[in-house]
Design a binder for this molecule. Sequence first.
Ligand code: ADP
Length: 630
Amino acid sequence: MSDFGQEKTGVADKRETLGFQTEVRQLLKLMIHSLYSNKEIFLRELISNASDAADKLRFEALAQPDLLGEDELGIRIEVDKEKRLLSVSDNGIGMSREELIDNLGTIARSGTAEFLEQMTGDQQHDAQLIGQFGVGFYSAFIVADKVTVDTRRAGSDQAVRWESDGEGEFTIEDIDRDERGTSVTLHLKADESEFADSFRIESLIRKYSDHIGFPVSLHLAGEDDTKVVNSATALWTLPRTEVSDDEYKEFYKHLAHDFTDPLIWSHNRVEGKREYTSLLYIPAAAPFDLWNREAPRGLKLYVQRVFIMDDAEQFLPLYLRFVKGVVDSSDLPLNVSRELLQQNPDLTAMSGALTKRVLDMLGKLANSDDYGAFWGAFGQVLKEGLVEDHGNKDKLAKLLRFASTQAGSDTQDQSLDDYISRAKGDQDKIYYILAENYETAIASPHLEQLRERDIEVLLLTDRIDPWVVEGIGEYEGKALVDIGRSALDLPDGDGSVSQDVMNEEHKGLLKKVKRALRDRVESVNVSRRLVDSPACVVAGDEDLNPQLRRMLEASGQDVPESKPILEINVDHPLVGRLSAEPDGGRFDDLSHIVLDHALLAEGSQLENPAEYVHRMNKLLLDIDTGASDE
Ligand code: ADP
């Protein structure tokens, strides 16, 4: 399991010194320096680990009841102010020697190295990043200069001690220990003795553990009595009216290992054919591994209060992977496994209901000032729903936010309903443009005619947008229309002159341009969408749009050959000049340049930039000679 190469036999009571994995070393260093405005969170992390350990034991005891024994599962915190000691003990699952080395010597998460690279040394920024990462056990070193972990795995008689000053190495040795479970002892730094203070620690325990399902007791050195400090009822089992907002928020932090408050939550008990309780949260910021396909996701599953698994991904679709929460089912079997979950017919209905719940919660959030933060963090993930989940298309479409010509900024904050509320009386379509980025979109020649007529256009610049608009198709009876396509149907006015009639009028010019550009364009048309630009390219109605094409090509896929349609603005002086050009060679060069400029304007790359530069230079020299001739 571990890559530290320790021997399994022959070291029974020897003390071994092992090195932390490089990432752990980095993390420790950064954490100690960037988290000191938020030191106390180490206690939440240690209590969470202890409670997870108790959960895991209860789960294993389903199959092996003797593991559990007689004792009540619980967590005990001891402080000794004199000696500056603080320990968090549980009688949960414990760890074997190997598990101890693996769990507390490495970070078993992919992407950690890249994540750590983003650290800058700027405390506030780094603290926030670490918050997304979840610091866990190592946060003990924020307040301790030495940490000792004594542990014995349930069912084993071998106990082990782990010890480290957080500087790069840790030691492992066998010890005697009567009880199963784990004790984490912090040797507090000289200036952190407040954490061994009875009042301070009691209020922190209450703050960080009131909602967890096990009793947490506090024991002061030199005193006989031990008192249970928390209420020890799993938060989701309480009626909504008995839980305060602060308690919901604190529970979220425990659950998600997050520093920041959630944006919104939804707590429900479902009764009837299927009985279950769910508590679902929307985080305020994206975790660092949101885009990592292997990253754990899903809800924490309990069956009748017994913890079954973390990251049960069967309850929500992939596009809601940012949701954190708990499901506690009354009727799933206790021995349910990931495989059994997959086959369970009840699950489809449950996941359907939970998905609706999340979408309704987002609908509520959409009416608040927090929606911008949500959209910024998770908008692109939510968009996947338009591809993945057609059944909820209407609900999802309502939640989308776009940049738009009328809003005048690159912030995605306009809904389809906003768009419709501004649409002109006879406008029965929703117009959009696809582009690589906001700047290209807003400067696109395709917008000219619509801008002139004050028709709003949504500016779509996310990679997934071509699929999103296809997924929506129509919203409130209005079709979504790509203004970069050849057949552009604008409300009223110039629809009266058909493309054919307009082309007929300029037949000669079109034919000559087409001949000059023969291999490069599908056809040449007179444009009805341009005002200030001489030309633009559009896609045929059946063709892939250029964004999609570029994306597919970049991912190495075979894309069917298709050429753009060139549209020219016959009222533009440059086209006038082209039309009047007597010299055949120069006419061809100018035609190519007009096309190249149209391609550049939509964000495409030229197939042969050198040729373009050559033509352009030739033309510039011509202009120069032309001018001196006069
Ligand atoms: P996380 O809890 O996010 O996985 P941690 O760094 O806090 O990360 O802990 C790493 C691992 O060490 C845990 O996943 C768990 O397997 C193990 N561990 C930590 N504390 C305990 C404990 N009190 N009892 C048993 N195992 C523990």
